[in-house]
Ligand binder design. Structure first.
Ligand code: FE2
Ligand code: FE2
Length: 386
C-alpha cells in the first residue's frame, strides 16, 4: 500500500506528546487520590492500559456465557413464525427454508399449523376461554418478570468485574429483551385481557430491582430466573407453547451465571453471612409464596396444584441460593421445613380435607428434555460446591 505522506512539524508533534504525558499523569493521579479518599474519581471500571475491564479477562466466563449464548441464539422468525419478528438474516432464512424441505409430511404439517394466523386458531381450538385466561394470568407473571430481568441485567452489566462477565451480561440483556418481546406477542395471541402485576409480583420484582451489587445476582439469577425456569418447564409441553422450551434453555444458562461468576470473584465470608443481608434475602424471597397462592385458581384451571409447584420452586431456588453462598437466616433444611409448614398451614385453612404434604419434594417440570436441562445445571452446581 502506497500512502502519500503529509509532512508535519516534528517539534509540534513532540510538544503534543509531552503535553499529553504530563496531563495524562496528572489526570490519573488526581482521580486515583479522589478514589482513595472516597470521592468520585475515574467512573469507568476500565483499565485502558491493559485494554481490559477491571477484574481481568475472565475468558472462561465469556466462553461459557457469551460464546455459548451466541451459539444457542434462536431467532423468533424461525421459532415463532406466528410472531411479527423478522430477525433472520437472508442466509439464515435460506437455510431454514432448505431445512423445511427435509421435514417429513407430518412435521411439515405441524410446522405449517403454527405459521401465521392459524396459530391463534390453534389456541382457540385447544383451550376454552377460561383456560386461555388462566395460561395468560400465569405467564403474564413471567412476562412482567422479563421486563424486570431486562432492567436488572442492564444494571448488573455496570456492576460486574472483568471483560468476560460484561460479555456474559451483555448477552443476558439481549436475551431478556427478546424474551420480553416474544412472550408479549405470545400472550397477545391468546386474545384475552393481560393482567398487570399482582401486589405480590409488584412487591417481589421491585425488591429485586432495588437489590445492590452482587445481591442483584441473588434477586435476578436465583429468584426471578428460578421462577421463570420452573414456570417455563411447567408449561412448555402445552400445545402452542413449545417455544417456551427455548426460553427454558436460556433461563437455565442464566441461573448458572452467578456460580460461574462467583468462582472467579467469590463472595467474601462477610458478604455471604452478614445477618442483615441474609434477612434481606429472605424478605426478597417471601413474596414468591404470595405469588404461588395468588396463582392457585389459575393453575387449578389447568389441572396443576400451585403449592406442588411452589414446593418444587422453593427447593430449586434455595439450592441455587445456598450453593452460590447467598445464605439465608436459617440452614437450608430448616428453611425448607418452615416454608413447607407455612404452605401446609395455608392449605389447611383454605382447602377442604387437606392432608399434610411434602410440597418441597414435588417435581412439576414434566418433560424429559426440560428435566435434563435442569439436572445439568444442578449437577454443575453440585460439582462447583465447596
Ligand atoms: Fe428471561
Ligand atoms: Fe433470564
Amino acid at each position: 500500500m502506497q500512502f502519500e505522506k503529509i509532512s508535519v512539524d516534528q517539534r509540534v508533534a513532540r510538544a503534543n506528546r509531552a503535553v499529553d504525558r504530563v496531563l495524562n499523569r496528572a489526570l490519573r493521579s488526581m482521580d486515583g487520590v479522589k478514589s482513595a479518599v472516597g470521592l468520585r474519581g475515574r467512573k469507568a471500571p476500565y483499565d485502558d492500559l491493559r485494554y481490559e475491564f477491571v477484574g481481568g479477562p475472565a475468558d472462561t466466563l465469556r466462553a461459557k456465557h457469551y460464546d455459548k449464548s451466541l451459539r444457542l441464539l434462536w431467532k423468533a422468525e424461525d421459532q415463532a413464525p406466528w410472531s411479527s419478528f423478522r430477525d433472520c438474516t437472508p442466509a439464515e432464512r435460506d437455510m431454514f427454508q432448505m431445512a423445511l424441505r427435509f421435514l417429513t409430511p407430518a412435521e411439515a404439517e405441524a410446522r405449517h399449523r403454527i405459521a401465521a394466523p392459524e396459530f391463534r386458531a390453534l389456541l382457540q381450538r385447544e383451550y376454552t376461554r377460561s383456560e386461555r385466561q388462566a395460561i395468560v394470568n400465569i405467564l403474564s407473571a413471567v412476562g412482567h418478570g422479563e421486563a424486570y430481568a431486562w432492567l436488572v441485567s442492564a444494571e448488573l452489566l455496570g456492576e460486574v468485574k472483568s471483560t468476560g462477565a460484561r460479555a456474559a451480561l451483555t448477552m443476558q440483556v439481549l436475551e431478556e429483551a427478546k424474551h420480553f418481546l416474544v412472550l408479549r406477542e405470545l400472550l397477545q395471541a391468546f386474545e384475552v385481557p393481560i393482567p398487570g402485576q399482582s401486589a405480590w409480583e409488584y412487591m417481589f420484582m421491585e425488591g429485586v430491582l432495588k437489590a445492590e451489587g452482587v445481591e442483584m445476582f441473588y434477586g435476578m439469577n436465583v429468584l426471578v430466573e428460578g421462577i421463570a425456569l420452573s414456570l417455563f418447564g411447567l408449561l412448555s409441553d402445552l400445545p402452542g407453547l413449545e417455544v417456551l422450551r427455548l426460553f427454558h434453555l436460556d433461563e437455565a444458562r442464566h441461573t448458572a451465571l452467578p456460580s460461574n461468576y462467583l468462582k472467579e470473584f467469590p463472595l467474601t465470608r462477610w458478604q455471604s453471612l452478614n445477618p442483615v443481608t441474609s434477612f434481606q434475602r429472605l424478605r426478597m424471597l417471601l413474596p414468591a409464596l404470595g405469588i404461588v397462592a395468588r396463582l392457585e385458581a389459575d393453575m387449578a384451571e389447568l389441572g396443576l396444584d400451585s403449592f406442588q409447584f411452589g414446593g418444587a420452586l422453593i427447593r430449586k431456588i434455595s439450592k441455587l441460593a445456598y450453593r452460590n453462598g447467598f445464605l439465608l437466616p436459617l440452614p437450608r433444611p430448616a428453611l425448607l421445613k418452615a416454608l413447607n409448614g407455612a404452605m401446609n398451614g395455608y392449605c389447611k385453612l383454605t382447602r377442604a380435607n387437606h392432608r399434610f404434604t411434602n410440597f418441597t419434594e414435588a417435581e412439576t417440570t414434566p418433560g424429559a428434555r426440560q428435566l435434563q436441562v435442569e439436572d445439568e445445571i444442578f449437577a454443575e452446581l453440585a460439582s462447583a460446591a465447596p
